[in-house]
Design a protein around this ligand. Structure first.
Ligand code: MG
Length: 366
């Protein structure tokens, strides 16, 4: 396959309700939709998931756009690619910038699967026909969070993740456990703690959490190893794993017992699959994290989650969890706590062009 053109769409979608964590609160989600076209007219879609601010990782929407436009697309355009995994190799000279890399690599995976007449899940080696849906509850007043948790459980979600921070952790988890003693519950700290908080984090052990996600610094795997030794609760790494080698080193150091794989954070679906395979070989379960994606990114996450070692429900939720209207048809729905693999080729969802146009701020074809 040969890339003929690439269109970058800068979109802005308004969340149904603001989503908060220990770092920031997001009201409007801006994203890049990457549309690749080959010389035979086939198309593929990917999503750039960097936020507009550098609080979660150093990449922003603008840096992704710059990397894609000025470096990645010029390298890839006109190249004859035999497989999407070629992209990782071609972009290897560009340091880091994993979200920009994934945005175009994901689009090329979709294009490839469509050309082959198979689903993206099948192209990746996925086997599951349905995946368990989990949901993240953003930081808010405890009362609001408790109400939302009850609502999500009623909607069928079987794994609840809550955002915690030093000013709102033990009391919140205790209150949730009093109402929902046996629900699969986990806490995400988005790096809000340091090793000085070990005793506080150890106190969470009594609540039987599935895991605690990214308690310490975003670039750390050493302190996490010290912490994991002290905690009964499994540590899960998110921000700290930005590449295959980060995952390998973290497992070698016993820095965590679970890894959250986000294809944007690690630089693509090919790398995600390699981390998945590594974790499977080491008996470390993985799950797919969420980045407040539009339907395009959500579809990629669903396909990735069909790989066999995604044994823990991810942050993969229904379109209606976040959006009044999504930019794909049909929208992603959750039934009995799970999401069915779509039947179509590639990502298996069609782009809703009208809705895409409505939310587009600017676009550029290269
Ligand atoms: Mg996280």
């Amino acid at each position: 396959m040969k890339l003929h053109s690439v269109t970058l769409h800068h979109i802005k979608m308004t969340l149904k309700t603001p989503f908060g964590n220990s770092l920031e609160t997001v009201n409007d989600r801006e994203l890049i939709i990457v549309e690749v076209r080959d010389d035979e007219g086939h198309t593929g879609f990917g999503e750039g998931v960097a936020f507009t601010s550098p609080w979660y990782t150093e990449e922003t929407l603008k840096t992704s756009w710059h990397m894609l436009k000025d470096f990645m697309i010029p390298i890839l355009k006109g190249q004859v690619l035999s497989h999407p995994s070629d992209v990782e190799c071609l972009l290897k000279g560009i340091r880091r910038n994993p979200m920009a890399k994934y945005a175009i690599e994901g689009a090329i995976w979709d294009l490839y699967a469509k050309r082959e007449g198979i689903s993206l899940a099948e192209a990746l080696g996925g086997t599951a026909r349905r995946i368990k849906a989990g949901v993240a509850v953003g930081a808010a007043e405890p009362e609001t969070m408790l109400n939302e948790i009850s609502k999500r459980i009623e909607e069928g979600y079987e794994r609840i993740k809550v955002k915690i921070k030093p000013s709102q952790d033990l009391s919140l988890i205790k209150a949730i456990r009093e109402t929902h003693p046996s629900i699969d519950l986990m806490a995400d700290a988005n790096s809000a703690y340091t090793l000085n908080d070990i005793e506080k984090l150890k106190a969470l052990d009594q609540y039987g959490l599935l895991m605690i996600e990214q308690p310490l610094a975003a670039d750390d795997i050493v302190d996490h190893a010290i912490l994991q030794k002290e905690l009964a609760t499994p540590v899960c790494l998110d921000e700290s794993i930005a590449s295959y080698d980060d995952a390998r080193r973290a497992l070698d150091l016993n820095s965590c017992r679970v890894i959250n794989i986000k294809p944007g954070r690690v630089g693509g679906l090919s790398v995600s699959k390699k981390i998945h395979d590594l974790c499977a070989a080491r008996s470390i379960p993985v799950w797919c994290g969420g980045m407040l994606e539009s339907g395009i990114g959500r579809a990629h996450n669903i396909a990735l989650s069909s790989l066999p070692n995604f044994t823990i429900p991810g942050d993969v939720s229904a379109s209606s969890r976040y959006w009044e209207r999504d930019i794909i048809v049909p929208e992603v729905t959750v039934e009995n706590g799970s999401i069915a693999m779509p039947d179509g080729y590639g990502i298996g969802f069609e782009l809703n062009r009208e809705e895409l146009e409505r939310v587009t701020l600017t676009k550029e074809t290269l």
